[in-house]
Design a protein around this ligand. Sequence first.
Ligand code: NAD
Ligand code: 89V
Length: 350
Amino acid sequence: MVEHRTTRIGLIGCGFYAQNHLHAWGDLKSQNAELVAVCDQDPIKAEAAGRRFGAAWFTDAATMLESMPIDLLDITTRMGSHRALAAMAAEHKIAMIVQKPFAPNWDECVAIVENARAHGTWLAVHENFRFATSMRRVKAVLDSGAIGDPNWARISFRTGFDVYLGQPYLAQEDRLVILDVGIHVLDLARWLMGEVAHLSCETQRRNPNIKAEDTATMILKHETGAVSIVEATYEARRIPDQFPETLVEIEGTKGSIIVTRGEKMVVTTQGLSFEENIGGPLLSWTSRPWHVSQEAVLHTNAHMLTSFRAGRDAETSGVDNLKTFALVEAAYESAVSHASVKPKKWSPKA
Ligand code: NAD
Ligand code: 89V
């Protein structure tokens, strides 16, 4: 095993979901990632995280970045603070990982990417659905050619789980299900089926007690000619509920890959089929029903650490995530116009 010089990790935003990041960095200590500092505006959360995970704690991000030797910063706050915190990291020439959603809108995402490039700082987005054990297995089967060329898919995240319990702010967002979880499913669609030429979207607000859309149904036409249906809802009424699993159906020229509830995969190839359980293990700090998401955090952070150390872009680099965010914006635009929309494209300024 290659020994690596220690990578000193800083984390800003010790809230609900960051606990999974903190545990994951703890597990990656075995790969010489050392959590040296945590920060939260809330002093109680900052101290609790610092004490629990053995790091210095701060309530001011600038003070932490100025006083602590940090190689890789994990920004796990909510999207409204991402641009300012990313700018602070870039000013200090500190590599950074930004939680999803990258930012509240396209222009802010582009500003973060262009500012990081101007400062020569490494930038990635913590987009973790593609790093779940189950999704990596789907991608491996797809890439093996077992089902031939993929030409149709349905990728769905349908739950009635009370997401507002751990994330109460979701009920007040101006844009909800596409920006919060549709963003993950759209990233999977790009990653599994290829870039998108155009898409259409219909949204619904089926829960009268929240502000924004809680259901989105999208049809994507990929540049390969493939078509995929991408779905996201927080208003499903099913038992068993699939949270937090993503169900996948991919059909190709030689077969199909079907992932059903309980992370069971059935592959049909050349007229034969086999079944496989593709879920990852429960870890010492993961528990149902969040286990799939939590385990994905560990694999995502490991990927970020490896990519950063190798000086190469993460799969979900800032530039890559612009392609996913462009689909989010196209979906919202289509939901208003009811027309098909081509996603925005970004290219580096000359
Ligand atoms: P949260 O509100 O529970 O935690 C955010 C924390 O950041 C708060 O404690 C707040 O005090 C702190 N904070 C905000 N601005 C700060 C600043 N400038 N300096 C220091 N601290 C600051 O939010 P959450 O539910 O944990 O969500 C955080 C992010 O994680 C969101 O973007 C959410 O979409 C994302 N998330 C991702 C996944 C996933 O990766 N699958 C799952 C759930 C949530
Ligand atoms: O993964 C997420 O971003 C979470 C949830 C699973 C609720 O969508 O916000």
